[in-house]
Unconditional design. Structure first.
Length: 279
């Protein structure tokens, strides 16, 4: 698991009474519970800055006060997944996020088994970079539908100046509007602990949350200053492998694969209108 955190100014001239530099530092430290192997961030002015250190070691010296002048910021703290958990991988700053390609910047929380795509210049030894490789080669829709595993992602499209939020429901992602600024984080708890809103449950709350539906991209257009919901992007169906095994004579059928066995409980996708947004 990893932590995602950042903010967006809804308009180029948006004003706020918040210290966005301090709030970004605090948000990254609050996100540290989700990963402390590496930390990084991206803004259009700074580019990608990342190191193989925990957020509380990273933020004071590497996040300048000048980020308050940025239109948005993408932050990430990493916990190396079990298959990559060795000293050389954890200590290599190239395995930290964000990842950047010619046209895209990505932060990802999750673990995937998607195979590498040919013709991309990989810079790391992590599965997350595979997502941006697919995106650069094939576009967002093909990239997200190719994900085999768990994912919540935030993409920046450098060409069209758009930021995309998406989760397949297996990793959390939350968005809030607070003091004229759009904030996002892996969980609502991180947002609350960072922003410390005073009126959470009243009729006119100090903080309001957006709903992120499973498999439905939520895109913020930095030129038009608005969110739009995009058509669902679901994983491509895998080829069914037929087996001759009959799991239990009482069921009177053969199952396509072991996951179809009645003795196993598979994950059921929530219908639209329900969410897996964290508490």
């Amino acid at each position: 698991m990893c932590g995602l955190f950042g903010w967006i100014k809804p308009g180029a001239t948006t004003q706020t009474d918040l210290d966005l530099a301090d709030l970004f530092r605090e948000g990254m430290v609050q996100s540290q519970i989700r990963g402390e192997d590496a930390t990084g961030f991206y803004t259009p002015s700074t580019g990608v800055i990342k190191m193989a250190v925990s957020p509380d070691e990273f933020v004071d010296e590497n996040v300048p006060d000048s980020v308050v002048n940025e239109r948005f910021i993408l932050g990430h703290c990493r916990k190396a997944s079990s298959k990559y958990r060795n000293t050389s991988n954890v200590d290599n700053p190239k395995n930290a996020q964000p990842f950047e390609s010619k046209d895209w910047v990505l932060i990802h929380n999750g673990e995937i088994d998607t195979p590498k795509i040919k013709g991309f210049n990989y810079t790391s030894q992590t599965d997350s970079e595979i997502i941006i490789a697919y995106t650069q080669k094939m576009g967002v829709k093909s990239a997200l539908s190719s994900i085999d595993g768990s994912a919540s992602v935030v993409f920046y499209d450098k060409v069209n100046n758009k930021i995309t939020f998406w989760t397949n429901g297996q990793r959390p992602l939350a968005i809030a509007y607070y003091h004229n600024i759009i904030f996002y984080a892996s969980t609502k708890a991180i947002l609350r602990n960072t922003l410390k809103p005073k009126t959470r449950y009243q009729i006119f709350p100090d903080i309001s949350h957006a709903v992120i539906y499973e498999n439905e991209p939520l895109v913020y257009d930095l030129k038009k200053n608005r969110f739009t919901r995009q058509p669902l992007i679901k994983p491509r169906k895998k080829k069914i492998i037929r087996h001759s095994n009959d799991y239990g004579t009482g069921y009177g059928k053969k199952f396509a694969n072991i996951n179809s066995s009645p003795f196993l409980t598979s994950r059921v996708t929530l219908p639209r209108g329900c969410t897996q947004n964290p508490k």
